[in-house]
Write a protein that binds this ligand. Sequence first.
Ligand SMILES: [Zn+2]
Ligand SMILES: [Zn+2]
Length: 83
Amino acid sequence: MAKFYCKYCGGKFSSISSLTFSNCPRHPDGPSKGRHVLYEGSEKKEYLCKFCGSKSSSISSLTFSNCPRHPNGTNKGRHQPAL
Ligand SMILES: [Zn+2]
Ligand SMILES: [Zn+2]
């Protein structure tokens, strides 16, 4: 079964259309201010933040916390998984 993840919150979906259909609670513009966005990388055992290199076992736990090296400023956004 195909699995698709949102790169902002790690939400898991069975299709891209269902992923992009609903709002994302961790959208960078604010909670539910935009829709989930597809994570285009492959499924991994460990995800790295592309800004600071933080490691996490899932996208949802990685994107749970703010990133000290976020491009918008220190802790101005969440970690984002590298592809
Ligand atoms: Zn999302
Ligand atoms: Zn980070």
